[in-house]
Design a protein around this ligand. Structure first.
Ligand SMILES: [Mg+2]
Length: 251
């Protein structure tokens, strides 16, 4: 993994010749992580750069949030979106929403019920139903209870491993999706297909579900916010502030 800040020059040279398809995760990338997910917002400065990027190239935001949620938070003309980790999308004229099988829906509901029941024993834990997927947020849980809660989550998760992908994010969140579901990797492939062939794809993400996108973009510039030896991303940014720097340079 290479430090993207140190290779900014070569990244920008590659983009300058061919144009770009800039794909961004939302939480932890475009917007700083906050205690309550509904408080997350894009700063005015980031927003201004994003608008310029959207005018000069293609920009897509791909998030684990529901499509309507992430779209309302970015609210930028010309930007493409995918929500629910890629299960719903709105990219130019391409609009769609995955239809899960009845069996997948049943397992998802079963898991949601089990985790909701567990959450009642832990003050501050919130289960967010996003229809195609759901999340369990525990950032507001007292720190001394986190280890025990995570242990119980993992224990319940075991019975669903054949049906569901339950991944623990880096920011006090569990994301639960059907194994049948489309991933951020699918969303990235869709965005690439709909863009100019020569445009250089740049993907920036910070979490477990972004790994699908990193792996899908073998020829692209993939950047993880936060260094991790386990990531499939080629580059890393030490902090989210570097995202703004890249946006400024692209703009
Ligand atoms: Mg994120």
């Amino acid at each position: 993994m290479r430090n993207a800040d140190k290779h900014m020059g070569s990244i920008l040279r590659r983009v300058k010749e061919n144009g770009f398809l800039l794909i961004l995760d939302f939480d932890g990338v475009l917007a700083p992580i906050v205690a309550r997910p509904r408080m997350a917002r894009v700063s005015r400065r980031t927003r201004a750069c994003l608008a310029k990027c959207a005018a000069g190239g293609r920009v897509a935001v791909i998030s684990g949030r529901a499509l309507a949620d992430v779209r309302a938070r970015v609210n930028q003309a010309g930007v493409w979106y995918a929500g629910n980790h890629g299960a719903e999308w709105r990219m130019g004229k391409m609009r769609g929403r995955e239809k899960l099988t009845r069996a997948a829906c049943a397992k998802l509901s079963e898991a949601r019920r089990a985790f909701t029941e567990l959450s009642r024993c832990y003050r501050g834990v919130v289960v967010e139903d996003k229809k195609l997927t759901f999340s369990v947020h525990f950032r507001a849980l007292a720190r001394r209870r986190v280890a025990r809660f995570s242990r119980e989550m993992r224990s319940i998760s075991k019975q669903f491993t054949n049906f569901l992908d339950i991944s623990e994010g880096s920011e006090y969140i569990f994301n639960i999706r059907s194994l049948e579901s489309r991933t951020k990797g699918d969303a990235v492939r869709l965005a690439s297909r709909c863009s100019l062939a020569k445009a250089v794809p740049i993907y920036i993400g910070d979490d477990a579900t972004d790994e699908d996108a990193f792996r899908a973009l073998t020829d692209g510039i993939t950047i993880r916010v936060g260094r991790s030896s386990k990531s499939a991303a080629k580059y890393y940014f030490s902090t989210r502030a570097s995202v703004d720097k890249l946006l400024r340079n692209l703009a």
